[in-house]
Design a protein around this ligand. Structure first.
Ligand SMILES: CC(C)(COP(=O)(O)OP(=O)(O)OC[C@H]1O[C@@H](n2cnc3c(N)ncnc32)[C@H](O)[C@@H]1OP(=O)(O)O)[C@@H](O)C(=O)NCCC(=O)NCCS
Length: 141
């Protein structure tokens, strides 16, 4: 019997993943996993203008900063720190034990997160865009 390995059409494998979502995660982690993933957006405004935002993804007791951006003209006013602090409150509320974020190693974003109390958990060589990436973390609770 010949096997076909092919690129599926968008959405074509949704039923497969729906059926097997719990099974593949349970096989992987070696216990019966109940997976609940959520995304929260934290935003900072002045009047109606959005000055910065943070997107937080929570799953498996872990909170991850997917994106954080403060408009260039608004930087070094403490807005980034406020966004991260609010995101940590959300993560705490959902019983996350840890926040993580990946940044370009030894660059300004790492200095920012260090100022916010984050530590280097690992440096992943030649990762995103083949650049070294620092995985940073802060324990909560
Ligand atoms: C990183 C970023 C979110 C910081 O936002 P911000 O509002 O300027 O940060 P804050 O004013 O709250 O800074 C808090 C502290 O972090 C440190 N910090 C912030 N930006 C820094 C920089 N460019 N270089 C070194 N340290 C920095 C400082 O210690 C600062 O305190 P201080 O201003 O009293 O010295 C912003 O520069 C940005 O959007 N960068 C582009 C996107 C990005 O890198 N996102 C993060 C990856 S997910």
């Amino acid at each position: 019997m010949s096997l076909d390995v092919e690129l599926a059409r968008p959405g074509e494998t949704d039923p497969f993943w729906k059926t097997h979502d719990r099974d593949w995660r349970s096989d992987l982690w070696n216990f019966r996993v109940v997976w609940h993933e959520q995304v929260h957006d934290v935003v900072i405004r002045e009047a109606d203008a959005v000055l910065g935002a943070l997107r937080l993804r929570i799953a498996a007791s872990l909170a991850h900063v997917d994106a954080l951006y403060v408009l260039p003209a608004q930087r070094r006013r403490g807005l980034g720190r406020l966004l991260v602090a609010r995101a940590e409150e959300v993560a705490n509320y959902y019983n996350c034990h840890k926040m993580t974020v990946q940044v370009f190693h030894d660059h300004p974003a790492q200095q920012f997160f260090t100022a916010c109390g984050y530590a280097v958990e690992a440096v992943i060589p030649q990762h995103t865009f083949k650049l070294d990436v620092a995985l940073l973390r802060k324990f909560l609770l």
